[in-house]
Design a protein around this ligand. Structure first.
Ligand code: MG
Length: 108
């Protein structure tokens, strides 16, 4: 599905979700919400080793919790970008170009 769904479609879904509920959060609230949802994501991993997490990924209930929290973070990030007039695709692409320069690939 990642190959079919665009960031633009995700933005439209997020915007509709907020609009349908009359939620017009300002950037500060969306930034706070992003941090809170990120903490909920971290909570899933708390006190678990990498090996435990690898095993838990086979559990549909664990996997669903992880997907839900990642999606909550994404929803708030998209909302934050929109509220700030930031084109997410452009910002991400530009930042990745900067990352490539800042962290050169290992020579083969
Ligand atoms: Mg959540």
């Amino acid at each position: 599905m990642d190959d079919e769904t665009t960031i633009g479609q995700m933005n439209a879904d997020a915007e509709k979700f907020y609009d349908d509920r009359g939620w017009n959060h300002d950037p500060k609230d969306l930034a706070i919400s992003t941090a809170i949802e990120s903490a909920e994501l971290l909570e899933i991993f708390r006190f678990r080793s990498g090996e435990e997490v690898k095993e838990l990924l086979k559990d549909p209930e664990f996997s669903k919790s992880l997907r839900d929290e990642i999606s909550d973070v994404a929803l708030n990030l998209l909302g934050l970008a929109h509220a700030c007039g930031i084109d997410m695709s452009e910002a991400f692409t530009q930042k990745m170009r900067e990352n490539v320069k800042r962290y050169p690939a290992k020579p083969e």
